[in-house]
Design a protein around this ligand. Sequence first.
Ligand SMILES: *Cc1c(COP(=O)(O)O)cnc(C)c1O
Length: 446
Amino acid sequence: MKLQGTMKVNKNGHLEIGGCDTVELAKRFGTPLYVIDEALFRQNCRAYYRAFTEEHGVEVIYASKTLSNLAVCHMVEQEGLGLDVVSGGELYTAATARFPMGRVYFHGNNKSTEELRLALEYKVGRIVVDNFYELERLNELAGEAQTRAKIILRLSPGVEAHTHEYIKTGQIDSKFGLVIENGSAMAGVKYCLELPHIELKGFHCHIGSQIFELDSYAHAAETMMDFIHTVYRETDYLAEELNLGGGLGIYYFNGDQPRPVKEYADVMMRALQERAASYDLPVPRVIVEPGRSISGPAGSTLYTVGAIKDIPGIRKYVAVDGGMGDNPRPALYQSKYEAYIANRMLEEVEEKVSIAGKCCESGDMLIWDIELPAPQAGDLLVVASTGAYNYSMSMNYNRLPRPAMVLVSEGKADVIVKREDYTDLIRNDVIPERLRSSVMKLASSR
Ligand SMILES: *Cc1c(COP(=O)(O)O)cnc(C)c1O
């Protein structure tokens, strides 16, 4: 058992998070319920601020795709971090939270015209441009708006990080960025330098997610510095900024060994400084974009146990009141999680079970083969490390309303995202008039 952040077991044998008894939280707010540990979220922000900003002058921007809502934007702003957004929706959320737009970076491999216009209108700090098509259109739109768009060009450095196929991003065969190795990155730079409404500030790379090997970051930093040097030699353009992405791995289950943020910062910055010195070039202004390692460990999900199905000699299925709708990661990436019976934390582990969701999909399994005290209907199951890529990836499959999210701290719990209800599910449904009338006709012809 690995209790993260403010988690502890109280005298009733219940799990507490942020000084709140999870059994009480379930009673008060219902299940499934996302619980965000405010102290841990802020502590994770601060670890980055200290290791990167204070030690190395690096700007840290939180990847809001992992978990974005108004309260989260407020906390990120208060902790002195910037924000990475990847869509008009995340940008709108940031703007509505009055997040300082100069500290917003706008990502995405296929931004719409409307999204690009919005980014220019809001005057976001940087637009991270992914491809030639986007460059051309942004140049036009910035021209129409009589401005110059400050951009960073996303590159694919060809660094392979050891992680799941779907969350690798820095290799050559990727939908993201311009490839360095085949010359398309250099062509992109030259194109930027010709465009009148584009102001190229530097380069970006993001090598993947859930990364434990810090050498991958050192390697990426060196490859990017090599490119900066090559560009400088060939075009006389010297990049001022270098955004090295995010991706630091977190603890999900037994065996995961996250690396300290300070080590990550030191390894990456040392590699970059040495490489810059070898070229006699200044170290660019560096930006990093952590997401999962800030929000992930700070979130847990509470579920109520319902039907239990024992198939003798095969497996015991323990079904909960949520599943792939609120956490699609196990179905999407075979992600593994740890869970506990939150109302019986002190009891011995007794049997191996598998946790099933309630969606009509055999693949809707949250956890295969986990050892727990024999679960009973009505028990409260808590799945840990669900702060990142859970709510933000959630869906209404089977017309299940999305759960609520509460922020807990020092014994206080506040709803930061309300639970959806059935009316939310039909809010956008429309019955065309002709369907209404044909219903009437059928009815009257009978
Ligand atoms: C997803 C993403 C991040 C954050 O990655 P984490 O693994 O959550 O830290 C940062 N930058 C870019 C461009 C991304 O796509």
